[in-house]
Structure formats: C-alpha cells, structure tokens
Design a protein around this ligand. Sequence first.
Ligand code: GLY
Length: 334
Amino acid sequence: MNLYLDLNENSYEIIIEPGLLHKADRYLDLDRKVLIVTDEGVPSAYAQSLAEQCLEPVIVTVPQGEDSKSIRVWESLLKTMLENGFKRTDAVVAIGGGVVGDLAGFTAASYMRGVDFYNIPTTVLSQVDSSIGGKTAVNFEGIKNIVGAFYQPKRVLIDTDLLNTLPGRQITNGLAEALKMAACFDEELFALFEKEDPFAHLPEIIEASLKIKKAVVEQDEKEGGIRKALNFGHTIGHGIESFEQLHGLYHGECVALGMIPMCSEEVRGRLVPILEKLGLPVTTCLDRKQVLDAMLHDKKAVEGGVTCVLCETIGHFELKKLDADALLERLSRI
Ligand code: GLY
C-alpha cells in the first residue's frame, strides 16, 4: 500500500509492504554515495542489506539511545560525510527508530544545506509516527529536540517485516503513539484498541496511524495549529522522560503516563484499561515539582503557561494553556 503525503514541492510517497528493505533500490535512488545511519540496537544485517544495494555505501552505527541525539554525534556524522567526499547530490538513509531518524534527518538537512533523506523505520514508534512529517532534531543542554529543522524525507519505506525482531516492550512503546492519535482523531481506531488484541492488528494500526498523521501534516506542516495535537501526552511525558531517564522508562511509556491527566474522567475511564492491557505504565512515583521544572524547560513552554492537548471526548482534542498551578494539579492525577 502506498500513501502520498502532499506538501507541494516537499511531497513524498510512504510505501508500506513487508520485505521492502531487501528491494529498497527499486524505490530509492541508491546509485550514489549513501550514508546509512543505524544504531547498535538494530540488527546489523539491515544496514548490510541496504549497503549491498548502494553504489557507494558508508555505514555509521551509533550507540543505541537518546544520548546519540546530540551535537557531538551529529558533528561526527557530518565529519564522516566530509571525509568521504559526499556532495549535495548524495543521500542519507536512516535505518532505525526515532533517535536514528531524527539524527540522520538533521544531518541530511544540514549537510551542504540539505541532501536527499530517506527513512526506513524499524520500530513501531517510528513506523506509526516519527518517520513521516519531517521533524528532525538533536537535544542540546538537556533540552529535547531544541536544535533541528523541518526537513521532509524524499521517501519512507515501512517494512513491517522489520518489526519481527522487536521485543514486546518496544512494540507497546510504539503503540502508545498510535493510541495517542486514535484518542484525538479516530474513534474507530480507539475502539480497535479497546475491543481487539492490538498485537494481532499491527499492520492495520500502522496504516491507520499513518493516515491520521499524513492528514494532520498536510494541513499543518510546521505545527502552527492542528499538528500540536500530536503532542498529546508529550508535555507531561517529556517532563517525566527527562526526570525518569535514570529509571529507564521508554518514550512511549512516558507518553502513556502523560496522556492520563490530560483526559476527561470519561476518556480516562476508557484509556487506562487499554494502557493496562498493553502493559504500559499507569502510575509512577514521581516528584511532581521536579517533573514540572523539567516541563517548563521544554521548548513548548511559553510565558503565561504551556499549551497542552486535552482529550475530553474520544476522536477530539482541545488546545489549552495551563499555568504551573494547573499543571501541578494535573500531575497529581497520575
Ligand atoms: N511526533 C509528533 C509530530 O510529528 O508532530
């Protein structure tokens, strides 16, 4: 199945099909120098398979985890491109999850003012959400995604076979992002999470999530309005994430916790059983003040409060500015 993300001159195809990686050269122009960025958590055979289809591949494997989304690692990728004589007509490909996509995308966006970027996401989280929409970034001074660019890929290959090696916790991590989109935009998808076994419906969930995200990004590429709804669960989630990093919670797990206090009673009553069914956390012993401090450092923090996404009814959302007191009160609901 193909989706076409229509952004005028920045439009691109999203191709969804099992087994795509091994025939990537049918869909991507690999007849040039190609920087393949992957991480230590991704089976090395994936990058190797792509490299065999490239004219001049250069594979860089970064350490797994959020720490690789740094200026230091970004600089090392630029250096590799420079040392290998990459030109503006060459390309960068990400093979990995959200960290690899954000890092490789920002490298592609910045090298020689922009070279072609392709994304081959290998996690549920990146297949349902982060691989499309053009958000690229690294973290800086402890602040997530504070240095980056909107830079759309030239094509995205969603190969659902690549999920076969993922541990269960990584799958639920990504499903949290799909559930976020269902809660705000798609009652039918939310009902699927409620009534069915989501693990048995992964391809369907991925397709439905991509369709939601495509429609949102087409309306609001640079997050002036409706795209903010994709941050549902992220304001508190990012606060918990920076604070909880030592305790090892995954991004989707923090988003799961972050959604709970931003819902009406009615939505919470339907959301929490789904989170429990998926094995996502629904409680945490957190220091509310510390989480609040972390949230107020978030780049979405502005004078007079933080714009939050509230879900009062399934399939709908509301954007509302909450001040520090209101956020503290919300935090007490987890
Ligand atoms: N992951 C949220 C967005 O792309 O806007």
